[in-house]
Design a protein around this ligand. Structure first.
Ligand code: NI
Length: 268
């Protein structure tokens, strides 16, 4: 095994805070209150290209003990996703991995994506997931066109492979008793939060409620020499409820995730 699970998450976090300084700041804010943070899940994005698709991802994640336990579709975002966990180790963060279904895009967006992924050969690796940009950069106008049709595709075309977000387990917090209290603290500290459908996504009946910040921005140089700030990554907060068997619900809720995806939308 080239990289074990702990090394994978350490490398993933280090890359994540390089492009998401707010996550490091929020972690520090919570740590100074005496919190010891537990990571509920991390999320990744990819295109449905052979060698880089969810089928490949399942094999990669199996090398560090992960197994898919559920799958979801997001028809209005042209996405599907798998959820992975480590059987028998509830402390291992879950992984939410989505892919863009290229056949559902219009011809123009699909041809832009096909140009961007043209250099890809071989297969995605575990190390790639901790931070790599294997694509041909889009021009600024290709990026805008792509993001107008799919903010997800716009994000992936500039950010490549890395954790899209980490997620604080609100159940594990001791000084903040609810997701409402977390939101209140973040607003007080002037963090921008995702308001799609309200600050809180989901209801206790869904067994999972979530909130997230709006992604930080990062400088990106397009292939035609133009440059601008593009959305990087964001931080999420999740509270889970017990299911009817008295077990903490471990899955994901498509409606919630649908709103959380928009944390990386361009802000006008
Ligand atoms: Ni998430």
């Amino acid at each position: 095994m080239l990289m074990d699970r702990d090394a994978f998450f350490t490398s993933l976090w280090n890359q994540y805070i390089r492009v998401t300084p707010q996550a490091n700041d929020i972690q520090t804010l919570l740590s100074t209150r005496g919190e010891c943070l537990v990571n509920d899940h991390v999320a990744f994005r990819t295109f449905d290209l052979k060698g880089y698709d969810l089928a490949t991802v399942s094999n990669i994640l199996a090398s560090i003990g992960y197994k898919a336990f559920d799958s979801y579709t997001f028809p209005n975002k042209m996405l599907r996703a798998n959820a992975y966990s480590v059987p028998g180790d509830p402390r291992a963060p879950k992984i939410f991995f989505s892919e863009l279904i290229r056949s559902e895009l219009d011809d123009e967006s699909r041809s832009i994506i096909n140009e961007i992924i043209a250099p890809l050969e071989g297969k995605l690796t575990l190390a790639d997931l901790t931070g790599s940009y294997p694509f041909a950069k889009p021009t600024a106008s290709q990026y805008e066109k792509l993001a107008d049709i799919s903010e997800y595709a716009g994000w992936l075309s500039t950010m490549g492979y890395q954790a899209n977000h980490f997620t604080v387990s609100v159940n594990s917090l001791r000084t903040l008793g609810s997701i409402e209290e977390v939101i209140e603290l973040l607003i007080e500290q002037n963090y921008r939060l995702n308001k799609v459908g309200g600050y809180i996504k989901g209801t206790p009946k869904d067994l999972l409620i979530q909130a997230s910040t709006i992604a930080d921005g990062i400088h990106f140089e397009f292939s035609d020499g133009l440059a601008s700030d593009v959305p990087s990554c964001f931080y999420e907060f999740a509270y889970r409820f017990n299911d009817s068997d008295g077990q903490l619900f471990q899955g994901f809720i498509p409606n919630n995730a649908n709103a959380i995806f928009e944390s990386t939308d361009r802000q006008s």
